[in-house]
Structures are given as C-alpha cells and as structure tokens.
Design a protein around this ligand. Structure first.
Ligand SMILES: C[S@@+](CC[C@H](N)C(=O)[O-])C[C@H]1O[C@@H](n2cnc3c(N)ncnc32)[C@H](O)[C@@H]1O
Length: 405
C-alpha cells in the first residue's frame, strides 16, 4: 500500500477469529458446512448461501450453493478465492454466519448497526468423516445402499460424506420414529402400504422409507414423492429407475392440487408455513392411518396474535412472539388432528443445522373413533379467542369435513 492510499479498516476481531476457525477446520478436514444467512444484499429472493468443501480434479474447492425461494444456484471456487469471497460477504451482505464442524460450531452475528458477536459451542451435527464413525450405533439404514451414493450421501467407497453426516443422522432418526409409528398404527400388519411424501426435495427420506418398508419390513410398499421443483423430481426419478426401486416414483406437483384416492401414510417434512396445513388436510381427508409432519416457517398466526395483558412483558420480545406463534400454530394443528380421530404426539425430532425448527407432529389414526370431539372443539375455540386468532389454515380447510365425535 502506498502512503496516500486510503486506510483500510481492519475487520473486527470476531470476524478474524471466525475466519481463522473456517481455515483451521478446512485444514483439518472437519468443516461440515458454512451457512451464510440474514441476507441484506441486492439480489432479490436470495435466502441463504451454503458453502461446503469439495475436491475436484483442479484441487480443493469451496462449493457455494445460493438458495432462492424456488431454485438453487451452485458455483465452485478454488479454496483461496472462496475464502476471500466469504471474508467479503461477512457483515456486508450476510448478517449471520454459522460454521459447523465435527468438533465445534461457531456463530457470527452482525446487528443492523454493524456490531458483531461471535459465539461457539459443541458441535450439533456430530459429523461422521467416514463410515467407521458409525460403528457404535446400530442404524436402521445400511450405508452401503446404492441409492445413497446416487443421491450424494456416500462416496464411491460407500462412506458417509462428511458434509452429509447431519442429513444421514436425520434420516436414521426419522426411520426410527417411522418404524415405531408403523408398529403402533393400524398398519402394523397390513401387507400393502401406500405412502406419499410431500415436498420430497432431494428424496433422501422418500428413498429411505421405501427401502425400510420393502427390504426391512417386507411390505409391498408404494411410495410417491411429490415435489414442486422439476429438477429434483427428475433427479430422484432417474435414481429410482436406475436402482430399480419397485414401487417408488416421483412426480412434479403442488401440494394443493393433489388428491390421492388412497393413502396410508402421509409424510411432510419441513414444508413451509401453511404447506404443512395443506399436507395435514390431505392426510386427514384421505384417511391416512399415519401422518408425520415436521412443520417449519410458521408465518400465518404471528400477525394475528394479540398478547393478553399478562403476557405482554413476554411477547414484546420478537423471539418470544415467534416461539409463541409456533407453539400456538402446532397446538391447534395437534388439536385439529385429535378432533378428526388421531392420537397425536408432538416432540423434538432432530436438531437442524442452523435453526431450532425440529418439531415433529405425529398422528396415528385411532382404531376406534373417539368421543372427545366436542371437548376438543371447545379447547380450539378457547385458544383462538385467548390469542385473538381469526383464521388458521388447517381449520379453514377442514371446515368442509365432518369431524369425528
Ligand atoms: C425444506 S425442503 C424439505 C425436503 C424433504 N422433505 C426433507 O425434509 O429432506 C421443502 C421442499 O418442499 C418443496 N415444496 C415447497 N412447497 C411445495 C408445494 N406447495 N408442493 C410441493 N412441494 C413443495 C420445496 O421445493 C422443497 O424441495
């Protein structure tokens, strides 16, 4: 730099420490992913960027996947250029950066005024660098299944790719829940089972459920993944055809326009906002014996919620108001399922990488239609009145259905 060059401000110490942690985890091969969120740059619709290490024939790279509402854009950069880009983006375009490694997680946050805060904690993703890492835990899914490699979860040696270890854990946890739910449901002895997975995305869970039903439980399963994004449908269908997965198919479509004649199991994991209501409605309407939903992005009720006086000191904090809206939304969904003949459990599923949305709503159709309908409807009405809720999407969709009880 020449003497008359304008001074360049040094990055805050927290940013330097965060970048050091990124470099160290890359050097040690422990970096699972780096998620840049809270975007404030010029690109319309950009939600977040997820960065993962990968090795190409040109050497070590960083893969940047930019997530928009309806598409993803991927580009790879050599590691030094990728790191320089991350350094430029932090704070300038993204106000949140979450580094997940095998051993530790780091979270760098910028306030709107530009102040930054770095926190670190134990790894939530317990990344498995190789297949051997899973030796101690009996998994329901065998990591040697060829579809896992085709979907990018395992490498050519059938080892879990480190960056996918969290997804691997999530799939296995989901299978444990699914396996138990089947055993507890009217489907326990049923030889043929129809499953629909709404918003199947890259199909990890859809393939896993199909494999579990066909090859572990030996049922004649028909599993369909319904997905809005054509490119994901094509990817999954190609793998299903190539791997000769009998009874597994994928189709492009929107939740709202789907009306299956028969449905035993409805799955909708991480369907945004009222898409979860569409899925629940469809499951109830089709008389699904089993409904498994992991809701996310609860937006509908928050603007409607009116804080009762005594709760105002709690709900003036945005984070509490959001938690309250999530809880009220999912409680109403659970009550509505109960009112339509389901036994319902709401529980923690598995921690997601960069969000606390890890709730599962599990509905198992009761063998005997239950009596408590009137009581539940009263509870629903009381909850809505308490919070000043005018409309909840599932309730509106269900109005045309006759409730049990
Ligand atoms: C967050 S991903 C979850 C994927 C998968 N269920 C999982 O948990 O791994 C949500 C998926 O739902 C799809 N989606 C969103 N709205 C939809 C709709 N109305 N109908 C069908 N798919 C939808 C998105 O394209 C996306 O692939």
């Amino acid at each position: 730099m020449t003497d008359d060059a304008p001074p360049v401000a040094a990055p805050p110490e927290q940013v330097t420490r965060f970048l050091d942690a990124v470099r160290a985890s890359l050097a040690q091969g422990t970096l699972a992913k780096l998620v840049l969120a809270a975007y404030q740059g010029p690109e319309a619709g950009l939600k977040k960027t997820v960065i993962r290490p990968l090795t190409l024939k040109d050497g070590a790279q960083l893969s940047f996947v930019q997530h928009y509402a309806t598409r993803d854009i991927t580009r790879n950069l050599p590691q030094p250029a990728g790191l320089a880009l991350v350094a430029d983006l932090l704070g300038a375009q993204f106000r949140s950066a979450h580094l997940l490694t095998q051993t530790e997680d780091f979270h760098l946050e910028f306030s709107r005024q530009g102040a930054c805060r770095l926190t670190r904690g134990a790894a939530v993703s317990s990344v498995a660098p190789a297949a051997g890492h899973d030796r101690t835990k009996k998994r329901l899914l065998d990591h040697r299944k060829p579809f896992l490699q085709a979907l990018g979860l395992t490498d050519a040696a059938q080892r879990i790719i480190p960056a996918m270890a969290h997804k691997w854990k999530q799939i296995n946890k989901f299978l444990e829940i699914f396996d138990q739910a089947i055993a507890d449901s009217p489907l326990a002895q049923q030889p043929r089972i129809e499953v629909v997975d709404f918003g199947s995305g890259k199909g990890y869970l859809t393939f896993a459920v199909h494999d579990h039903l066909r090859n572990t439980l030996h049922r004649e399963a028909q599993v369909s993944g319904i997905e809005l994004r054509q490119e994901l449908v094509e990817l999954c269908q190609t793998v299903a055809t190539h791997e000769q997965c009998t009874g597994l198919s994928f189709r492009q479509g929107a939740l709202g326009g789907f009306a299956p004649e028969k449905l035993d199991v409805l799955i909708a994991l991480h369907a945004c906002d009222t898409a979860t209501d569409l899925a629940l409605h469809l499951g109830i309407r089709a008389g699904a014996a089993l409904i498994l939903c992991a809701p996310c992005c609860h937006k509908e009720l928050r603007p409607q919620l009116q804080a009762p006086d005594v709760l105002r000191p709690l709900l003036r904090f945005g984070v509490h108001a959001a938690q309250e809206a999530d809880m009220v939304t999912d409680s109403l969904r659970a009550l509505l399922l109960e009112a339509h003949g389901y036994q319902v459990k709401v529980f923690e599923f598995i921690t997601l990488e960069h969000t606390d949305k890890n709730k599962m709503i599990l509905g198992i159709q009761r063998a005997e239609p239950a009596v408590p309908g009137a009581k539940i409807w009263k509870e629903i009405a009381a909850l809505k009145a308490f919070y000043g809720i005018r409309e909840q999407h599932l309730e509106s969709l269900l109005k045309s259905l006759k409730a049990v009880g």
